[in-house]
Design a protein around this ligand. Structure first.
Ligand code: PMP
Length: 407
């Protein structure tokens, strides 16, 4: 449409110089009709695309933005550190402040390691578990996303069988399948890796059954393996101490990224005492891993999340959204299924072959001022207020009307 003309022009140019227009999960080719690829500006929980449309944002950069875009305290801390130095011959003092803060905040953690991306963190957890146990096998839940490298990538293009030779699979929330996979790996089991909740794309989200979480803990204790919590997506939204505090199970190693620095590039591995020695043996580093600005941003982010009890605030706003969507869908005679923690919700439509209804809902809601996602869990931030949720519900009303028209 005329409305998306700047976006379309950028996409045309990009097609020549960027394969497929864009790599990865932010490629708007996978989004409903009318969704823009390029954004001009962001503030709080609002986004402006390059054609000037303003929307209430429910993806938050797919997780990183937890306090809201451009949070003043975070940006002030980042600016102050930037004025002193960012990428130097070693870290700034803020590394130690941040490491102490992480170890004090996360009960299972005796130490931490800082990196850049979630994939760095999950991959380091696997390597540390193997180094610490002297074993090879790693159990992964079928369909769980842990990153974009050969041991775990959802695409098999460029991946060899050898890359996956010591990866075995179980089903999320299925104790018997985890026990069977552990039995197969007996004597060679290095780790079980598990996400905070089941958030596979395009299906209802599932919270972890506490008995399942405890069973994974028991298997790892019995076999001397590491329980790895992949908290990259949910970390710092559900519980500041780690997402499995909600089910009372503590991992040996955990991977964080996304929300840790409110949009600045940082990831962390936290670990139990038992793996401290192994970390010193694994060669793990990167050119930008000691950069100080993201660490200053992370410290300010964690302080603010503690100060305002960020998880409780996001839960309250997520619950307001959920209640509002239930009421609106009922008024339009449309049946939806909402799932996941309130801070990271998903809305699916009953009998929605090919996401025809979900896409129609999202396209109409976008036009009316809210950016939702039809298949992937969404993200609340601490910048969402009751007024923003109510504004988004007006947009959702237009979305449900579009679905009702489709019949
Ligand atoms: N694990 C989980 C659960 C994730 O959601 C993601 C990112 N979506 C990753 C790992 C990988 O993180 P990154 O994209 O930062 O490498």
């Amino acid at each position: 449409t005329q409305r998306n003309h700047r976006d379309a022009a950028l996409r045309d140019r990009a097609r020549q110089v960027i394969p497929g227009g864009l790599w990865g999960h932010l490629n708007a080719a996978n989004l409903p009709a009318g969704y823009p690829q390029y954004f001009a500006r962001a503030e709080g929980c609002r986004l402006w695309d390059v054609d000037g449309r303003e929307v209430v944002d429910f993806m938050c950069a797919w997780g990183p933005v937890v306090l809201g875009h451009h949070h003043p305290a975070v940006e002030e801390a980042a600016r102050r550190q930037a004025a002193l130095g960012d990428c130097m011959n070693g870290p700034a003092p803020v590394l130690v402040d941040l490491a102490e803060m992480l170890v004090a905040t996360i009960p299972h953690a005796a130490w931490c390691l800082l990196e850049k991306n979630g994939t760095d963190a999950t991959t380091a957890c696997v390597t540390i578990a193997r180094a610490g146990t002297g074993r090879r096998k790693v159990l992964v839940a079928r369909g769980s996303y842990h990153g974009a490298v050969p041991w775990c990538s959802p695409s098999l293009a460029g991946v060899t069988a050898e890359d996956r030779a010591h990866i075995a699979y179980y089903d999320y929330n299925d104790v018997a399948s985890a026990q069977a996979a552990a039995e197969q790996a007996k004597g060679d089991l290095a780790a079980i890796i598990v996400t905070a909740f089941r958030h596979d794309m395009a299906r209802a989200l599932e919270l972890p059954d506490p008995a399942f979480a405890q069973a994974l803990r028991d298997i790892c204790d019995r076999e001397g393996a590491a329980l790895i919590l992949d908290d990259v997506r949910a970390g710092f939204r559900l519980d500041l101490g780690g997402s499995w505090e909600t089910v009372g199970v503590r991992p040996d190693l955990a991977a964080y990224s996304k929300a840790i620095a409110n949009g600045h590039a940082l990831a962390a591995v936290t670990g139990a005492e038992r793996f401290r020695e192994a970390v010193t043996k694994v060669y793990t580093t990167g050119s930008f891993w000691c950069a100080a600005v993201p660490m200053a941003a992370a410290l300010a982010t964690l302080q603010e999340l503690h100060r305002i009890d960020g998880p409780a605030r996001m839960r309250a706003m997520g619950e307001r959204l959920r209640k509002g969507l239930d009421a609106l869908s009922a008024r339009h005679g449309v049946t939806i299924r909402q799932s996941g923690p309130a801070q990271m919700p998903l809305v699916l439509f009953e009998g929605d072959e090919g996401f025809r209804l979900g896409n129609a809902f999202c396209s109409a809601a976008l036009e009316a001022g809210a950016y939702f996602h039809p298949r992937h869990n969404m993200f609340l931030s601490c910048a969402h207020t009751e007024a923003d949720i109510d504004r988004a519900l007006q947009a959702a009303d237009a979305g449900f009307a579009a679905v009702a028209r489709l019949g």
